[in-house]
Design a protein around this ligand. Structure first.
Ligand SMILES: Nc1ncnc2c1ncn2[C@@H]1O[C@H](COP(=O)(O)OP(=O)(O)OP(=O)(O)O)[C@@H](O)[C@H]1O
Ligand SMILES: [Mg+2]
Length: 267
């Protein structure tokens, strides 16, 4: 503190000033420094809010039998398959799709093939990588679980509230995994039956609204895993829904043909 200023103070006050005022002159930030500080603070707050929002979406996930699954690209082991070369190609295609989305923005992806071949696993690997590299939020919705929720007690107030929250998250989240899409349609033999009516209208309505809101948005990727053919999917759901969810772009369709059921081999 300025010495002459200190001297000019009454003795009592001088002692107090010595004890409490800083030795060096206080630096008053320039407008540029203030702006810089505010920008930094706002960047940190936005990041914090994004992290919290991402957790809210993930928390709305519907896992098979309620049990969350975790899988990353590093967990993909081609030697679990007899045709290791093919398993390697499939893993590479999933990786390339992820890199393309990182570079050019989101698009839909479909992983199709028979049970136990690793579709859900690679869908999770893509979502985790996009979260890691791009901070994209993601959630997992097993369609069988969604069907159970929608059909069971649609009229019960708490269930209705829960479905509304899930639907909102499904609409807003960056990466939506629609797992086992089509399984809710039941047995293939029944789906192709002449009297087959398709999925429940509440489920169709929800799927339509979600798929329509997400379609073509550069920050919304929908990853579908399915055991069903396009023909079957078009009988379970209105073709408008299928065309908005299941891409026909070959570069974004990952077919698991030639793969065997790892679950069966491990079990
Ligand atoms: N190449 C692989 N490397 C490591 N684990 C694998 C691989 N392929 C499959 N698995 C494991 O096998 C099990 C079945 O895989 P997953 O659930 O991904 O199959 P799916 O194709 O989604 O089956 P479904 O059609 O029945 O849903 C999982 O535990 C998964 O982690
Ligand atoms: Mg699966």
């Amino acid at each position: 503190m300025n010495e002459s200023l200190l001297e000019s103070l009454p003795v009592g006050l001088r002692e107090l000033a010595k004890q409490h005022l800083p030795d060096k002159p206080v630096h008053i930030p320039t407008p540029e420094e203030r702006d810089q500080r505010e920008r930094e603070l706002s960047r940190r707050l936005t990041k914090q809010m994004e992290i919290q929002k991402a957790m809210v979406y993930l928390d709305k996930s519907l896992w098979p039998a309620g049990i969350p699954i975790s899988f990353n690209f590093a967990d993909w082991k081609p030697n679990k398959q007899q045709d290791q070369q093919r398993a390697r190609e499939i893993g590479n295609k999933a990786w390339m799709v992820t890199k393309e989305a990182e570079k050019n923005g989101a698009f839909n992806v479909v992983l199709l093939g028979s049970p136990g071949t690793g579709k859900t696993s690679l869908a999770l690997a893509i979502a985790n990588k996009l979260k890691q590299d791009m901070s994209w939020s993601w959630m997992f919705v097993n369609t069988t679980e969604l069907k159970a929720l929608v059909e069971a007690q649609y009229d019960a107030y708490d269930v209705k509230q829960r479905i509304a929250k899930i639907k909102r998250a499904m609409t807003e989240v960056n990466v939506l995994i629609l797992d086992d899409f089509g399984t809710e349609g039941g047995l293939v033999s029944r789906i192709m039956d002449r009297d087959y009516k398709g999925a429940h209208s509440n489920l169709q309505q929800l799927m339509y609204e979600v798929s329509n809101a997400r379609f073509g948005k550069p920050d919304k990727m929908t990853i579908v895993t399915t055991n069903n053919s396009n023909k079957e999917l078009n009988r379970i759901y209105d073709p408008k829904i299928v065309s908005r969810l299941v891409t026909q772009n070959k570069a974004h369709r990952i077919a698991f043909n030639g793969m065997s059921d790892v679950r069966e081999m491990e079990g």
